[in-house]
Design a protein around this ligand. Sequence first.
Ligand code: PEP
Ligand code: CO
Length: 389
Amino acid sequence: MPATQQPDWRNHTDHHEACTSLAKSEPLVTSAEINSLRTSLSALPGGDALLLQAGDCAESFYESSGPHIAEKLRVLDKVAEHLGDCTSSRVVCIGRMGGQFAKPRSRATEQHGDGSIPAFRGHMVNSEIATLSHRQANPSRMLWAYDASERAQRAMRDHRRRQRLAPTVEGPWSSHEALIIDYETRLVRRAVATGEPYLASTHVPWVGDRTRQPDGAHVALLRTVTNPVGCKIGPSATPDEVARLCDLLDPRREPGRLILIPRMGRAEIRKVLPPIVRRVSSSGHPVIWLSDPMHGNTRMSHRLGLKTRHLTDMITEALMFRDIVEANNQRAGGLHLELAAGDVTECIGGSVRSEDDLLRHYTSLCDPRLNLEQAVDLVEAWAKGVASR
Ligand code: PEP
Ligand code: CO
């Protein structure tokens, strides 16, 4: 089965050892947790709770210690609570964390100085440091990613236990793009009670816009597991393709099994999304529609050489998403955001007024993330239902 976006590490001396060790490892999440989340999500398509999925574009090994995780959870809670308060809804919260260590790339290499080096593919694969040797793919990194995920999962589990006192927000559960086939396939486990396979690397795996080929390895993997699964859909998606993905990923038409995440960009969404929503609606798949207003709105600041996004674009796309989904008798289920724990200046909006302000605190390993103030602005605009600026 073809698998796109994979590191070329099959001949590395540590490949076999890393894969064998992962196959013997403890599950990072339990089937009981997955069942509990499936139950919560099953109420979303026909109910009034909202979903918030948010966190780093790429998690970092350097930010996987206890204090780092605690700070991420604090910020995630704040955004989730704010969404709940502004909309008077219960919020199910899913972090892009506890395993978000691998990135698909549009280009396999990048130019540095005089030469070209492999692109950074997330800490599960290689280092962000821009030298030829640091960018070599190293399969032992899968084990480091497992260990970092394990620490984060433990912290998230404690957090969920303590948080039962605040019934308006449930979570955060974990999620990541299930990208590296060597890693993910070694973490499939069987539920003791039912014998059914589930992906034990995260609660909610998703397939990205670059790896959602209906006959590809990523969709094939997610078809076989009982987790709730996400699927990003970008501007090249067609109604036929999305209908096929729904049939593959949600063959039994189970409410909350499939989270469809359009990330069209403000320029494309009005043209591309309506026929897709119509098609899914008429197919009877009870999906959760989640707006990712970030990935279709990335721009390059050529002067600074940095990727950025404008809050106004994101607000516009999120509101258009909601209008389109609701106009087709479907429910707009919530937001998928890239969000940082620190006071970063990666997106333009609020106190980050212009491209010059980006340099103040730009630390993302990959895509530009919202800071808390910007995420709060976006949530409020979503709640009000009007473009606020
Ligand atoms: C992402 O979510 O970081 C990502 C790569 O998204 P997409 O697959 O939508 O481009
Ligand atoms: Co991203």
